[in-house]
Design a protein around this ligand. Sequence first.
Ligand code: 5GP
Ligand code: ZN
Length: 141
Amino acid sequence: MHEKDCIFCKIVAGELPSAKVYEDDHVLAFMDIGQVTKGHTLIIPKTHTKNIYETPPEVAQEVFARVPRIANAIKEAFQPAGLNVLSNTEAVAGQTVFHLHVHLIPRYGKNDGFHATFEQHDNIASEHLGELAEKISSKIQ
Ligand code: 5GP
Ligand code: ZN
């Protein structure tokens, strides 16, 4: 299923070029044009889904199952010190292309160009964590 105006569907269809890393019947991995760090790669399903929220488990399974192999290939190729795996979901989280993709961002050090900051909060009462967990678990379908 391809969406008419989706650039990643066009890449899958070969209507736009990409630097391919890996391809099979279900997924495509290619170099991110923005190269946050050297070797920055995207893995996408060939079928169009908007993001994690709208991805059926069988499509998620195909995409995420390929992550370790491709991550290890990046590791072999460039010897990064580590790697971030990321899937920005909705605009507020930085999603700009609305076809599911998983970023593999190799990490070379603290000042390698990748910035992810989040504030941790200490001493959250365990009852409060329990309440939060219950709110989520009651919604799992
Ligand atoms: P997002 O911001 O949605 O998490 O990530 C979208 C990513 O797609 C960005 O990192 C951006 O550099 C990359 N991107 C956008 N357009 C193209 C394109 O035409 N070709 C390739 N290879 N990457 C693209
Ligand atoms: Zn698409």
